[in-house]
Design a protein around this ligand. Structure first.
Ligand code: ATP
Length: 253
């Protein structure tokens, strides 16, 4: 089927009198990786929850291709600690008839093939993220939606996982919408970057965006290799409703 897998147009979302998302639009095509970056509280998780259908926008349109299969890894997923469950059992919760080989392969692909019989409650944060990614891949998704998939993953592991993710759209013939704070690694493995801060501040191909004067003004790079902690410098601020105001007018970006 042609056309984007996902198309969000003019999405607004407010809570408690505060505009969290302001006319946000984006598309994800099959075969591409789109990454959302932005400061804490920018609305990234809210937007992906709208994208997967967990939240309804106040205004705007969210179009998903008919029959779209979504593999979603939320920012946080906690299980009842009293529930005895192995990793293999957790992988099969969504479909009990999964072949053992497929479960094993998905776990191996994300680097945790040896954890099949381990209790899910005994996993480290990074191991848990890898299991969640394996579980999402097992669904053979058309669209993989990942909300900060590298939480708790060590630096070498992050590079490995980004390398894996870069291959996923071709291998699974899917698209990826991802939230990330790891700017350097994101830039190396994504097709399109969208900088969100309530509204879309800027977007584009990493190569064109990173050499763009506007982008360089928005982001301060710290360090030239490996992971960067990025700082977000805005040329504007937001009022309590999320509307853009000139930077000298009001605090509260
Ligand atoms: N149900 C809600 N009621 C009120 N405010 C909410 C609700 N959900 C989210 N928010 C607010 O919306 C803003 C955006 O939250 P969101 O989790 O989408 O940000 P984010 O960009 O993913 O942040 P982070 O990088 O810290 O994960 C935050 O200020 C949050 O407090």
């Amino acid at each position: 089927m042609t056309g984007p897998l996902l198309e969000l147009t003019g999405i607004d979302w407010s809570r408690e009198g505060r505009r969290i998302l302001n006319r946000v639009s984006l598309t994800v095509q099959r075969g591409e990786i789109v990454t959302l970056i932005g400061p804490n509280g920018a609305g990234k998780s809210t937007l992906v929850q709208i994208a997967v259908g967990l939240l309804k926008p106040d205004a705007g349109v969210c179009r998903r291709q008919p029959g779209l299969r979504i593999g979603y890894v939320p920012q946080a997923l906690t299980l009842d600690p009293s529930l005895p469950l192995t990793v293999g059992g957790f992988m099969r919760l969504q479909a009990r008839k999964l072949a053992a080989a497929d479960v094993g392969q998905a776990l191996a692909e994300t680097g945790v093939g040896d954890l099949h019989d381990r209790s899910v409650h005994a996993l480290s944060g990074g191991e848990w993220q890898r299991v969640l990614l394996a579980r999402a891949l097992l669904q053979q998704p058309d669209l993989l939606v990942l909300d900060e998939p590298m939480q708790g993953v060590d630096l070498t592991g992050q590079e490995e996982l980004y390398r894996l993710l870069a291959e996923v759209p071709r291998r699974y013939r899917c698209g990826i919408l991802m939230v990330s704070h790891d700017l350097h690694l994101v830039m190396a493995s994504t097709d399109r970057v969208i900088c969100l801060n309530g509204h879309v501040c800027c977007e584009g191909h990493p190569e064109s965006v990173t050499s763009h004067p506007e982008y360089l003004r928005l982001f301060g790079w710290q360090g030239s290799q490996g992971l960067a902690v990025y700082s977000h410098h805005h040329d504007h601020r937001h009022d309590v409703h999320g509307c853009v105001t000139p930077s000298s007018a009001q605090a509260g970006s």
